[in-house]
Every structure is written in structure tokens, then in C-alpha cells.
Ligand binder design. Structure first.
Ligand code: XUL
Ligand code: CO
Length: 435
């Protein structure tokens, strides 16, 4: 049976097409800078938003019409696997991501939850073998259930730490079973509501302990996915420990996790932290720690994580430029951590929203490649930092100067002239690449 009987496999038809179920910019086989678009973009669909989100909000009941509801939670879970792989195949998306609770019902006990995961991952594996679709990453949801009221590894309750460890172990077993390329830790409730009753250092030491246990277990079972930490500054906790890329890198370095951990960066988390997405990608790159991205966009007029499908080509262009500068995103990918709006409640909206996101990233990739080929930013920056190419600048960079020698120089060169950045002109020229 088909969940999208009216839609065939979505193909590239170009900008002249008025078929809503066609790509207008994403042409998987088109070669850009030596790689196909499919190889560059490594798109993934997120199980949670696509399969389990129901359209409810704090003020209203579910709106989404979903045709995979069965008569028991396990029947629904199995139907979802069918529908999910139909979506992946119709979109021609090669990767997917999930939390443990997205794919299988939690049941009455941890043991039952694990049994359900085993049964559903058998099904998922069958589908993967049939289709060639791959697991970009999985993760454990250690934030929704009431037991995680005070966090998971950072909880004040050691039994919660132990429960979280069991979930991570299972997550890694599943990652091995399905050949997961990455394994993600998003902090969830690893943060605090009030410092009045919080031992921040103790809580962070414990988070690092869990991470080290994960690395050790991966080594033990002979399966080492790229471990990724996903920063977010707030929501659900008032203050999240993995606030942004820079804070998370400090954590990774403090606890000697550099060899095993990189970052999974999300656009809407960047803007919640008061940064642009490209800022976060650039910070990660400067540490050689850009692992993967969660693609979405926030609403600048709202203060929370709206997880909208990305449709802003300015943002995807600058993000794709960082990815090109990084030499690509593999073994990471571009995971649509995006959900359809409450008013886009039909089944077909799931496909239309992903097509919109994929086309927007394809446009970003093309524009970024043109910017790179034209050396747009390279020339700009080369000129801007030219004073370090020769004379005293070159000697500073070569570490051949000290305070005394520079004082001698400055005394003779105190009539300093700066050059205008002509930033408005630059921005206007950048616009030429976007359309
Ligand atoms: C939450 C978020 C998560 C992570 C995975 O804001 O982005 O869905 O991506 O736990
Ligand atoms: Co995310």
C-alpha cells in the first residue's frame, strides 16, 4: 500500500516546471565543483518531525492528518516505517535520523522499550537493505519523559544517570546494527533552571563521564561513529550547557574529547544564541570540528525554536559556502530538523516542505560555488588583510616581532591610515549571486 498514492518519485524538472511535486533547483546528478549535488548535500529526513509531530501547540490540539495510525502503538510504529521509507524514496533522499522514542513505543518498562526497538530496527534494516538508504545518525531522547525533569547525565539523581547510560548503550548497539555514520548528543535538559540549587561543575563533569563511556563502549563493540554534540542556548532549560559552538568547543577541549567529538550545528539554535548560522559553522571550522548540520530556520520575530523548513536563500548560500570551505560535510549531512507549520496539515505537505528545503539548499550550493569560483570572499579578505603580507605585518605573523621592536616601529609610524570596507557595495554585489 502507498501513503502517497498520487505522487511518483520526485524528479528535477527545472524552474519552468509548474508541477509542485518536482525539484526546480535540486538536480541530484548535476556536477558542481567536481561533485554531484547529491554528494555535496547528503540530505537526511528527521523521523521526529516527519513521522511523530502532530501539529498540536500549547494552545491547540493536533491538526495533522496522518494515515499511518494503527490500532496499537506497535502497529502505528510499523506503519510509520513503511511510510517513512516511501517518503525517503519519493524524495530521493539517501539518509535519515531518529531518536529511539521516535521509532518505537516506550512500553511499560525499559526492557519492553528495548524489545520494541529491536523489532522495529529489524524492519528498518530490511528497508535499508532493500533501498540502499543509510542512517546518518541516531540519538537517545533523554528529555521528554518526566524522569528527565532535572536532566539526564546532569541530573541530581544517579538512577537517572544510569537509565540514560542504558539508553546510550542501546543507541550505540542500534547504530552498529544499522551502520550509523554519526551519533548525536543534543543536551535536551542538560542545563539548569536556577543556579541557587545547581552545582554546574559537577553536572558538566557527569555529562563528560557519560560521553567517555559512550566512546569506550563504541571501541568495545568495534563501532565508532563520529560523535557529535548539538549546541543550543535555551529551551527546554533556561540555560543549556552546550550554549553555542564556542561554548561546546571549550567543553570538548576541557574534557579531552577532541579526537572523538565534533559539532552538529542547527540554524535555529544559532539564531537563538544570537548568532548567524554561518557564524556557528565558521567557529566549528576554525576548530576543525564541523561535523554535520540540522537544517531549518527560525522566525526572527519569535524567541523560540520554530524549526521551520529552510526557505531563505541568503542563509543557505552562506551556510553552503562554509561547507564548501570545509571541504564538504561528510560523514555528516544536511538533516532537515524542520517541521511543517500547523496549518500545513495534509500528508502531501510533508513532501512539499522537503522539496522546498532541498531546492533552497540546492540554490545555496550553486550560489556558494559561484562565489568560491569567483574568489568573491577570498579576494575581499586578501585585500582587507593585505597589511600582513609584507613589512611589519609579515614579521608579526612570522612571530619575529616583540613589544619593544613594535614600539620602535610605532613611534615612527603613528600617522595611521585605515581603508573603508565599502560594506554596502559588497552586500549589493553578493545579492547578484542569489537570484
Ligand atoms: C532540539 C533538536 C533535537 C536534536 C536531536 O531542538 O534540535 O531534535 O536535533 O535531539
Ligand atoms: Co536539531
Amino acid at each position: 500500500m502507498s501513503y502517497f498514492p498520487k505522487v511518483d518519485k520526485i524528479k528535477f524538472e527545472g524552474v519552468k516546471s509548474d508541477n509542485p511535486f518536482a525539484f526546480r533547483h535540486y538536480n541530484p546528478e548535476e556536477v558542481i565543483m567536481g561533485k554531484t549535488m547529491k554528494e555535496h548535500l547528503r540530505f537526511a529526513v528527521a523521523y521526529w518531525h516527519t513521522m511523530t509531530q502532530d501539529g498540536s501547540d500549547p494552545f491547540g490540539k493536533p491538526t495533522n492528518i496522518r494515515t499511518w495510525e494503527g490500532s496499537t502503538p506497535m502497529e502505528t510504529a510499523k506503519n510509520r516505517v513503511e511510510a517513512f521509507f516511501e517518503i525517503l524514496e519519493k524524495l530521493d533522499v539517501e539518509y535519515f535520523c531518529f531518536h529511539d522514542v521516535d521509532i518505537a513505543p516506550e512500553g511499560e518498562s525499559l526492557e519492553e522499550f528495548f524489545q520494541n526497538i529491536d523489532e522495529i530496527t529489524d524492519l528498518i534494516k530490511e528497508k535499508m537493505d532493500q533501498t540502499g538508504i543509510k542512517l546518518l545518525w541516531n540519538t537517545a531522547n533523554m528529555f521528554s519523559h518526566p524522569r528527565f525533569v532535572n536532566g539526564a547525565a546532569s541530573s541530581n539523581n544517579a538512577d537517572v544517570f544510569a537509565y540514560s547510560a542504558a539508553q546510550v548503550k542501546k543507541g550505540l548497539d542500534v547504530s552498529k546494527k544499522l551502520g550509523g555514520q554519526n551519533y548525536v548528543f543534543w543536551g535536551g535538559r542538560e542545563g539548569y533552571e536556577s543556579l541557587l540549587n545547581t552545582d554546574m561543575k559537577f553536572e558538566q563533569d557527569n555529562i563528560a563521564r557519560l560521553f567517555k563511556m559512550a566512546v569506550a563502549y563504541g571501541e568495545k563493540i568495534g563501532h565508532k561513529p563520529q560523535f557529535l554534540i548539538e549546541p543550543k542556548p535555551k529551551e527546554p532549560s533556561k540555560h543549556q550547557y552546550d550554549f553555542d559552538a564556542a561554548t561546546t568547543m571549550a567543553f570538548i577541549q576541557k574534557y579531552d574529547l577532541e579526537g572523538d567529538f565534533k559539532l552538529n550545528l542547527e540554524a535555529n539554535h544559532a539564531t537563538l544564541a544570537g548568532h548567524t548560522f554561518e557564524h556557528e559553522l565558521n567557529v566549528a571550522r576554525s576548530y576543525d570540528a564541523l561535523g554535520s548540520i540540522d537544517a531549518n530556520q527560525g522566525d526572527m520575530l519569535l524567541g523560540w525554536d520554530t524549526d521551520e523548513f529552510p526557505t531563505n536563500i541568503y542563509d543557505t548560500t552562506l551556510a553552503m559556502y562554509e561547507i564548501l570551505e570545509n571541504g564538504g560535510i561528510a560523514p555528516g549531512g544536511i538533516n532537515f530538523d524542520s517541521k511543517v507549520r500547523r496549518s500545513s496539515f495534509e500528508m502531501d505537505d510533508l513532501l512539499l516542505a522537503h522539496i522546498a528545503g532541498m531546492d533552497t539548499f540546492a540554490r545555496g550550493l550553486k550560489a556558494a560555488a559561484a562565489l568560491k569560483e569567483d574568489r568573491f570572499f577570498d579576494d575581499l579578505k586578501e585585500k582587507r588583510y593585505a597589511s600582513y603580507q609584507e613589512g611589519v605585518g609579515a614579521k608579526i605573523v612570522a612571530n619575529e616581532e616583540d613589544l619593544e621592536s613594535l614600539t620602535e616601529y610605532a613611534l615612527q609610524h603613528d600617522d595611521i591610515k585605515n581603508e573603508s570596507s565599502h560594506l554596502e557595495f559588497v552586500k549589493s554585489r553578493l545579492n547578484d549571486y542569489l537570484v
